[in-house]
Each structure stands twice: as C-alpha cells, then as structure tokens.
Design a protein around this ligand. Structure first.
Ligand SMILES: Cc1cc2nc3c(=O)[nH]c(=O)nc-3n(C[C@H](O)[C@H](O)[C@H](O)COP(=O)(O)OP(=O)(O)OC[C@H]3O[C@@H](n4cnc5c(N)ncnc54)[C@H](O)[C@@H]3O)c2cc1C
Length: 506
C-alpha cells in the first residue's frame, strides 16, 4: 500500500483513507461503464455527494479546503475509476484556481459552491483549431456590448464537452499588436451551457478517454454578462498560467493510483503464470521490469506531492509542475509498455488494464502542454535561476600547473587596462578554456576597468584582427575570443603548451 506522507495534515490523511475506500467500493461499477462505453453519471453523482469535487475549495465556499495536496490525493484515487478521474480533474481545473486567484468576492460566492458541490461539471477551454501549444494564439473573440460580452469562435479537444455545464474559456479581447506582444490580448470568462449560440460541434473518437466525451464547442454570438469575466480585461494569460500549474500537477497525480493497481496486478499475475515449469515472477527479466515500474511509481508520486506542497505553501512552482507532468506521463507510458511485456499476450487484451494505461499515457504526454512544451518551460525558467547560473570560472593554478574552478583573483588584476593587457587576458583564457569565449564581464573581472572602456578596446583589437567579437541580436558585444594572430602576439607558443609528466615525446 502506498504510504501517507508525513507532511500531510490529519484531514488530508483522513481523506486519503476515505477516498481509497470509496474507490474500492465503486471499482467494479466504474469498469462496467468503461465496458459499456457509457458516461458514468451515477458514479459522478456519488463522487459529488461525498464532497470530493470541493477538495480544493475553501470551507467558507462549501469545500473541504485540503489544498493542492488534498486535490492530488483525491485525483490519484479517482483516477483508478477511469472516466470519473478525468471528469473530476477537469471539472476542478475549470475555474477553481483561476477564481481563487482572480475572482471577485461576488464571483467566488457564485461559482465556488457550484464547483464544490459537483452537481454541475466544468470544462476548460483553451485549445482551438489554430491554438494548440501556442495557446496565446486564440481566435475566439470577445467583444464588449454594453454590460455584456459577445463571444464568437470555436474551441476544440475540450474534455467534458457537452456533459459539462460550466465552460472556463479564454478569448481574444484585443487585436493591437503592441498589446499582443505583452500577452495582454486575452481575457477569461465563465460561460454556462445553454446560452443562445452555444453548441456542441463534434465528439472526437480518441485513442483513449473511452467513455469521456472530448470535442469541439461552437460559440456563435454567445452573450454573457460582464460579471462572468474572471480577472481584468487583458489579464487572461496570467489567469491561464496560474491555472496551468495546478492543472499540470493534478494531470500528473491522476496516474499514481493506477500505477499501484498495475503493480498489484503484476504480482498477482506473475505468481500464477507458469512457463518452463516456473512461475514467471522467478525470471530475472520479469523481476527487473516490475522493480523498474515500482521505482517510477514511487519517484513520480513523491515528486507530485512535493510540488503540491510547494503550491500549498503559496509558491508558483512552474518548473516543478512541468516536471511532475512530464515524468508522470512518460513514466506512465513506460509502465504501460513494461506491464504489457510482463503480462505477454494477456497484456494486450482489454481484459487487463495495462493496455489502457499505455493509451492514457500517450494522451497524457500531449494534453495540458506536450512533453516538448514542458521541457521548454523547464529549460527557460531554469536558465534564469541564480542557483543554476553562479560563476564557475576555471583559473590557472601554478601549484598544480592545471586549470581549476577557482574564486581567486586573476593574475592580471591591477594591471593597466591597455590593448596589450586586455589581449593578454583574452589570450590567457585560451590556455584555460581553449574552446570557450569570454563574456565582457569575465574580462572585466580579470583585469578591471569600466564597461565602455573595455568595449572600445575590444573594438580596436577586433579591427586589428587580434580578437573575434560575437555580437547578440541587438549588435552588442556578447562574447570575445583571441584569434590565432592575437594568441601569437600575446604570448610565445610555449605559454600555451601543456603535457602530462609521463609524456616524453615533445
Ligand atoms: C484527450 C485530450 C484532451 C484534451 N483536453 C483539453 C481540454 O479539456 N481543454 C483544452 O483547452 N485543451 C485540451 N486538449 C488540448 C491539448 O492541450 C493540446 O492538444 C495540446 O496543448 C497540444 O496542442 P496541439 O494538439 O494543437 O498540438 P501542436 O501544438 O500542434 O503540437 C504538435 C507537435 O509540435 C510540437 N511543438 C509545438 N510547439 C513546439 C515548440 N515551440 N517547440 C517544440 N515542439 C513544439 C508539440 O510538442 C507536438 O509534438 C486536450 C487534448 C487531448 C488529446
């Protein structure tokens, strides 16, 4: 059994037990809906009655107030009830975090109790035919008309399309290029099903999501009151981003209960399957696969709850939410593949849930931002983090006659900032980092001087073809390196030579 984590509070521990029991009690019914390809309305109503839809909603609005951690706990268990997990997840994502952060008191009082009760389901509408990974490229427009907004456009790949009553949508409210450049052209709205002009256009036949409707919504001059606008006009991008961290985390956590079920199944199955007069669990290859599955299940679960805790502590863990989403879905695909391999032909049948995990995992790697997009986020944010961008300069250490990462002052410090000495600094760097350029700040750190003084010297050295300047897009000097001629001018050939003590053939 998966453990409760020690940092969960008593209420979170209690709901973990409660929802596990709920899933045990309703597992078979969920499977029946899966086999009949029916939307599990009665089961969704049972989930609503338990109050689980309100797990992340504050108590004052009728929820359980168990935060991102509680939401993960419930999503991970309900994920084992297949369609119910998807519906639960999307319904919560369609407004909860966005309202909590950007809604007015009146809006919170109006919508949060509805989310908490689960009587109405919610859908999240970001994606459009021409806005996928590039989610800012929305064409659906919202135009103000008195106290109302008129919406026109199409949204697609919407989970819960048709069965949901609330649609949290992002629409374009400006065509101004300058505003668009600042991501100020999007505004978010809550739209109720049934408003004139709102219609369901298509339901997608998908690789997975077998009994969860996912499709296209058409907004044809749909009028909504201004009170349905969530957040300021033009602030939709920030609303979307705030919601996405939570969405990615919950989308990740929804797999972890399934992993436990698969591990259970593999132990059960391989202790009963005999080949070559041995149960298959005795084969090292089978044990290795199960061990790898357990490892991935535990690592991804731990990371999800770490990320949930960061959110509950008031953080905006963009990188962690992307990592959680990425590893849970990649691991889910790998777990699905390995589980099928362990089960053999039986694993390929729909009678066992291994093939289902594989199909769902593939969806997971695309929905809520593809794996490529998660990697982009992880890279871009980490590239700006001071902790990953501390100076790590190699400096020549005469005692060992080798370059060592060092904070010691450069041997050139205090010298006059002349062309000759600056060339020496840059050429010396060839001895230390033969394949790297120096930043102007590296040169400045070594010899001192002002930025503009050094810039002029760089340009003069460049004119004499003694150094190469790498300029950024705006034409500014970004990096410098000595040319072959520059190296020769700065120091004799022997200065750059280095041989290990054992090498005699010089
Ligand atoms: C089952 C399912 C449920 C969904 N549910 C919802 C929902 O409820 N609400 C909603 O709004 N949306 C939903 N989506 C949409 C989902 O979020 C998008 O499908 C997803 O963001 C990818 O967009 P796309 O399909 O248009 O692919 P594209 O953006 O066209 O991407 C195609 C490929 O190009 C790659 N790519 C794109 N841009 C870059 C880049 N800059 N660098 C590197 N590679 C790049 C992608 O990684 C991908 O491999 C759902 C999708 C599915 C399949």
């Amino acid at each position: 059994m998966s453990e409760e984590f020690f940092w969960w509070n008593d209420e979170q521990k209690a709901i973990y037990k409660d929802v596990r029991q709920f899933v045990e009690d309703n597992f078979e019914e969920a499977e029946e809906y899966f086999w009949n390809t029916k939307f599990p309305w009665p089961l969704v109503k049972k989930v609503a009655k338990k109050g689980y839809f309100g797990v992340g909603v504050p108590k004052e609005y009728g929820g359980l107030e168990l935060g991102a951690t509680g939401s993960c706990i419930v999503a991970a268990q309900l994920g084992r009830l297949y369609a119910v997990g998807h519906v639960f997840t999307v319904s919560m994502l369609a407004g909860l975090e966005q309202l909590l952060r950007f809604g007015t008191e009146e809006q919170k009082e109006s919508w949060l109790p509805k989310i908490a009760s689960g009587k109405e389901l919610g859908a999240l509408c970001i994606t459009e035919p021409f806005a996928g990974s590039d989610a800012a490229n929305v064409f659906t427009s919202a135009v103000k008309d008195g106290d109302e907004w008129i919406l026109n456009g199409k949204k697609r790949f919407i989970t819960g399309a048709g069965v949901s009553d609330r649609y949290f949508i992002y629409a374009k409210t400006s065509d101004d290029k300058a505003i668009r450049k600042q991501y100020g052209h999007i505004t978010s709205f809550m739209v109720e099903k049934g408003r004139p002009g709102f219609s369901l256009e298509k339901i997608n036949p998908l690789i997975g999501f077998d009994n969860v409707p996912n499709g296209y919504i058409d907004f044809d001059h749909v009028r909504i009151p201004d009170i349905n606008r969530i957040g300021a006009v033009g602030n939709g991008w920030n609303v979307m981003m705030a919601g996405l961290n939570f969405e990615r985390l919950i989308g990740a956590a929804v797999f972890s209960g399934l992993f436990e079920d698969v591990i259970n199944l593999l132990f059960h199955f391989t202790k009963r399957r005999v080949q070559f007069r041995k149960t298959t669990n005795q084969f090292p290859g089978i044990q290795e696969k199960i061990a790898e599955i357990i490892t991935k299940a535990k690592v991804s679960r731990l990371f999800s709850y770490h990320c949930a805790k960061l959110i509950d502590n008031g953080g905006e863990p963009m990188v962690e939410a992307s990592i959680a989403k990425m590893i849970n879905t990649e691991y889910a695909r790998d777990i699905g593949l390995k589980a099928i391999q362990v089960l053999g032909g039986d694993g390929l049948t729909k009678f066992l849930p291994a093939e289902r995990i594989l199909r769902e995992a593939k969806i997971g790697e695309i929905v809520a931002g593809t794996t490529e997009v998660q990697k982009m986020i992880i890279y871009r944010f980490c590239a700006m983090l001071p902790s990953y961008n501390k100076p790590m300069r190699l400096k020549w250490n005469d005692k060992v006659n080798a370059p060592i990462i060092s904070k010691k002052e450069s041997q050139f410090k205090g010298m006059d900032v002349t062309e000759e000495n600056v060339l020496k600094v840059i050429s010396h760097d060839y001895k230390v980092n033969p394949g790297l350029y120096m930043t102007p700040d590296d040169v400045r750190e070594d010899i001192g001087g002002g930025r503009s003084e050094l810039r002029k010297i760089f340009e003069q050295l460049e004119e004499q073809k003694l150094i190469v300047i790498h300029r950024d897009r705006s034409g500014k000097t970004a990096l410098v390196k000595a040319t072959y001629e520059g190296l020769q001018k700065a120091f004799p050939k022997e200065y750059y030579q280095w041989f290990p003590a054992w090498y005699e053939n010089r």
